[in-house]
Write a protein that binds this ligand. Structure first.
Ligand code: FAE
Length: 525
């Protein structure tokens, strides 16, 4: 049972006070649980803790997009083809993953703003992440893939696979609202011609092509096609947010969490430090920012327990800095280690003029090519929704890249560096080529050189899937409790050691479901 020191202690703010307050957390506030970040891990933690009777306060450095005024197009989120001030996190120039079109650079200047997509630059890689209430769910493709059971031992070696596949993956899939495209509609709609071409090419080269589930509301997408509702996936909305149709966390886990009346969220609040409080719990320094990025207030709050859910990069940066600067010196040396990029690499193929991929493309991928066992690559057949025929097939591959980076604190810059090297992506390219060299050879086609600038074939300088840095059973125990400090937890992609063999958010969600169940049963009893 919960309660006592946790749910109802007079030391901590009452649930009624928090639920009633639509405003942000106050300086000096005391809360039973503070969750840093509102992505997958944080949302699972908040919901399950609230359902168990615990008051939760979440802080999120990005905006609460549900409260943001529409832009000049009358919408909250712009199309992928028209990035503007809403699109990028604190950049003055866009950094589009496909940076060139027909050879011409398409990045452009934008005002610095708390936009929805962060392309966070480290020495050897740019890490793309969602910013705002809902984290990565706001910007991602929604591909909701459960790894093959036989690969799970490599993904999370210390976790009981039987329990995951019997209980926590199904729970995560249900909570996220995962569904699959209607195969009949898939065959009919013009918007998935690019995937049908992807299937034809994969199968003619002898590869397994599969439908992949997604959290997009497929009925809504069919209604978009029929013209009866506003277009979102079929209207070029994705990287900078979807105005309709996608079941983002604010519509699933966070909506349920909010309905409990026990979860409050402070947006535009960035956790800057965490350190033990003199009389128990933890003191957390929060920087409240405006949409220009200026700090408008610094607040110190106290929390009984703190869940790090700032994403693999956000959580790693905080922990590494806290350890190095003496705020949390007892964290172990595994903190900051074991970071991987899920082997992401992007490539385009040039199709023949008689094999077009379609001018109108759904932004939501629905299929993949599986060559994991033979070649170490699983490729998502990705859209290139430009509105004109490009004759390009675009793919984002997940590969078994063995390299792992380390985060370290740099006292000169007061920043956290990542040791990733671009050259390490050669392994990913070699694995992805096991699919695409063969397809090119079968089809008599070549790679595109006009998409990433400088005649590059491979975009080997990005990842959408940061994982690790606070690895389960190493920096934490086998349920995410940080070694060295009672009441500090990691519950996001930072726990996963670098690779999930498929797109990661279902695994992040399922692992969070597993861990929070144990934490509620044991630590909050
Ligand atoms: P995440 O969702 O990143 O949430 C962390 C949150 O913490 C963010 O909202 C941050 O703004 C916030 N935060 C960070 N630092 C602080 C701080 N100091 N103080 C307060 N707040 C902070 O973490 N995955 C799939 O499975 N399928 C896909 O189709 C897919 N497509 C993707 C496409 C793109 C363009 C991108 C960028 C990612 C994609 N992903 C996809 C990856 C997926 O979104 C990602 O693995 C998860 O969002 C990670 O979940 P976490 O809970 O770890």
């Amino acid at each position: 049972m919960l309660g006592g020191a946790f749910g109802t202690s007079p030391t901590w703010a009452s649930s009624a006070a928090m639920a009633a307050s639509a405003s942000s957390i106050g300086d000096g506030a005391k809360v039973p649980v503070l969750v840093i970040g509102t992505g997958y891990g944080g949302s699972v933690a908040a919901l399950r803790l609230a359902q168990a009777g615990v008051d939760v306060h979440m802080v999120e450095m990005g905006q609460d997009w549900a409260t943001v005024a529409p832009g000049p197009d009358g919408k909250i989120h712009p199309k992928v083809t028209s990035p503007d001030y809403r699109s990028f996190w604190m950049r003055t120039r866009t950094k589009q993953p496909v940076s060139n079109f027909l050879g011409f650079p398409i990045d452009k200047d934008v005002p610095k703003h708390a936009g929805i997509l962060d392309a966070e630059d480290f020495a050897g890689i740019s890490v793309y992440q969602g910013r705002g209430v809902g984290g990565g769910s706001l910007v991602n493709g929604g591909m909701a893939v459960t790894p093959k059971r036989e690969n799970f031992g490599d993904v999370l070696p210390s976790v009981n696979a039987e329990e995951m596949y019997a209980t926590y993956y199904p729970r995560a899939n249900a909570g996220l609202g995962v569904g699959q495209i209607d195969p009949d509609w898939f065959e009919r709609t013009a918007y998935y011609q690019y995937s049908r071409v992807g299937r034809k090419h994969a199968e003619r080269s002898g590869f397994d092509w599969t439908f992949v589930p997604d959290v997009y509301d497929w009925d809504y997408m069919e209604a978009e096609d029929a013209g009866s509702v506003p277009k979102s996936a079929l209207g070029q909305e994705i990287l900078y947010g979807n105005n309709h149709g996608k079941k983002t966390l604010p519509k699933t886990y966070l909506a349920e969490a909010s309905a409990t009346g026990k979860v409050a969220i402070s947006a535009l609040h960035r956790a800057a430090s965490v350190t033990p409080a003199a009389d128990g719990g933890y003191q957390v320094v929060l920087e409240q920012i405006n949409t220009d990025g200026d700090i408008v207030a610094t607040k110190t709050v106290t929390a009984g327990k703190v869940f790090f859910a700032a994403g693999s990069v956000g959580t790693s940066k905080l922990l590494v800095k806290m350890k190095a600067t003496g705020a949390l010196p007892g964290l172990n040396s595994e903190v900051g280690q074991g970071w991987g990029e899920n082997g992401n690499v992007m490539v385009g193929r040039a199709n023949h003029m008689w094999d077009p991929t379609g001018p109108e493309q759904s932004t939501i991928p629905c299929s993949g090519i599986d060559n994991w066992d033979a070649g170490g690559a699983f490729a998502e057949v990705a859209p290139l929704p430009t509105g004109i025929e490009t004759y390009a097939s675009l793919y984002l591959s997940i590969t078994k890249n063995p390299h792992r980076g380390t985060f370290t604190y740099n006292s000169a810059s007061d920043a956290v560096d990542l040791s990733w090297q671009t050259a390490w992506k050669q392994d990913s390219i070699t694995m992805a080529k096991t699919i695409f060299d063969k397809i090119n050879s079968t089809e008599g086609t070549i790679y595109r050189t006009d998409l990433f600038g400088g005649y590059k074939i491979w975009n080997d300088q990005l990842t959408y899937h940061p994982l690790g840095g606070a690895v389960l059973d190493r920096a934490t125990d086998n349920y995410g409790r940080l070694h060295g400090y009672d009441g500090l937890y990691v519950i996001d992609g930072g726990l996963i050691p670098g690779n999930t063999s498929v797109n990661p958010f279902v695994t992040i969600t399922a692992l969070a479901e597993r861990n929070i169940e144990e934490i509620i049963a044991t630590d909050l009893a």
